[in-house]
Ligand binder design. Structure first.
Ligand code: UD1
Length: 418
């Protein structure tokens, strides 16, 4: 198990570039399965989750060429329809591969997906939507087999604007007969990126970014190249790292409109933020102010920033309240932050954070991807040494986090031996 060893107390300063988006890359890599031609993707982050997704593509029979963030996929000769259990188990987003395999071959077999343990995370909305598209589903001993002769466009009203279910429906419906309409669709920028990429291939998707998405089935797709959007959660995490250390940092980041609620909350906490073309500049006071946060589907405050912001508020002046509305088990990091001296009380989906003067370094354990990142931020601000263990979780979703923080002046080392 690898660790980060952090000497806290360094004020972050300088410029940092935001990587390609993890949550956009995963469904876009899945979309290449639908295209029997060549898809060239740029700006794919080199992280565990993209590596696993590409490993599954290779298993299915895709030919891959990789060169840093550039990936070329040739899906012409896919000869398998199932996702192996040991790969499926590694992360939840593997479930969108099912929609793509189904969309292309009208058949897919997979087990229930794994991923960070942040709640029940069922896939009932995905499966109900597949049924609406005329797909038969057989569940036996943890495996799900989906099959049909034809995929037929349908009206699908989601009970909740699930990001993964919206992506899965889009992918499954690309070659469907007729029109598919999703109401109460997720509106996240990653859905817009997926739709842009698929439309470039020749798909007909309208309304992505709103809560009604219409997909008109097409007969074929064509070769394309596509650059994946920037990672808005990494952007938010780096801004919070600047904020918690009283820093002065500049993000090279072209899409600040994707992080509006994060920018507003940082300003409310007393940070000065300036946006110029292609850059977001943050200057933080030594002491932040307490703020209240409620996580919501986009364009609300993102659940993926909840732990990172909570950590940032541990040393703010006053009492902050956080309400987590998306996942029911997303406070597992709190016990670890308490080891560093944070004062946080949890009651159901609410966390109450009483700001303390300073955190103290400790040995703490990542509980999930974003929960791990929040401990790194706490370590940057704490007095003394913090060792964050189990950082495999963090490596799933952040590209070169330690290197980026070091370039901003942090003392953080990756210890592979721990
Ligand atoms: C995606 C993101 C994740 C983010 C989340 C919410 C990826 C790879 N992951 O996850 O980082 O935290 O959106 O913004 O893009 N639900 C059901 N049944 C379903 C599907 C979802 O009950 O069939 C529930 C989930 O348990 C959860 C809520 O809906 O409570 C939101 O889940 P969803 O939007 O589907 O998140 P993911 O797509 O898994």
């Amino acid at each position: 198990m690898a660790s980060y060893i952090i000497e806290g107390g360094r004020r972050l300063e300088g410029e940092v570039t935001v990587s390609g988006s993890k949550n956009a890359s995963l469904p876009i890599i899945a979309a290449t399965i639908l295209n029997p031609n060549i898809t060239k993707l740029y700006n794919i982050p080199n992280i565990h989750d993209t590596q696993i997704t590409l490993e599954i593509l290779k298993y299915l029979g895709c030919k891959l060429k990789k060169n840093h963030g550039r990936i070329e996929v040739n899906s012409k000769n896919i000869d398998k329809r199932e996702i192996p259990e040991h790969l499926m188990n590694q992360m939840r987003s593997t479930v969108v591969l099912a929609g793509a395999i189904l969309g292309r071959f009208k058949e897919a077999r997979f087990s229930y997906p794994g991923g960070c343990d942040i709640g029940a995370r069922p896939i009932d909305l995905h499966l109900r939507a597949f049924k609406k598209l005329g797909i038969n589903i057989i569940e036996d001993s943890g495996f799900i087999t989906c099959k049909c002769d034809r995929i037929i466009g349908a009206n699908i009203d989601l009970d909740f604007p699930s990001v993964g279910a919206t992506e899965n429906i889009i992918l499954a419906a690309i070659y469907a007969e007729g029109i598919t309409q999703i109401t109460n669709a997720a509106m996240e920028p990653e859905i817009v990126d997926l739709a842009k990429c698929l439309n470039k291939m020749g798909a007909k998707i309208e309304g992505a970014g709103t809560n009604i998405i219409t997909i008109t089935g097409v007969e074929k797709l064509k070769s394309i190249s596509y650059t994946v959007m920037e990672d808005r959660i990494e952007a938010g995490t780096l801004l919070c790292a600047g904020a918690i250390t009283g820093g002065d940092i500049t993000l090279k980041y072209k899409t600040p409109e994707h992080i509006t609620p994060i920018i507003h909350k940082l300003e409310e906490a007393g940070c000065q933020i300036q946006i110029e073309k292609g850059k977001v500049h943050l200057k933080a006071n030594r002491k932040l102010k307490a703020v209240d946060i409620k996580t919501l589907p986009y364009p609300g405050f993102p659940t993926d920033m909840q732990s990172v912001f909570a950590s940032t508020l541990t040393t703010a002046k006053g009492t902050s309240m956080i309400i987590e509305n998306i996942f029911e088990n997303r406070y597992r990091y709190v016990a670890e932050l308490k080891k560093m001296g944070a004062k946080i009380a949890i009651e159901g989906k609410t966390a109450v954070i009483k700001g303390v003067r300073r955190l103290s370094g400790a040995k703490v354990k990542s509980t999930d991807l974003r929960g791990g990142a929040c401990l790194v931020l706490a370590g940057l601000a704490a007095r003394g040494t913090t060792t964050v263990t189990n950082i495999e979780y963090i490596l799933r979703g952040y590209e070169n986090l330690d290197e980026k923080l070091r370039n901003l002046g942090a003392e953080i080392l990756l210890d592979k031996e721990e």
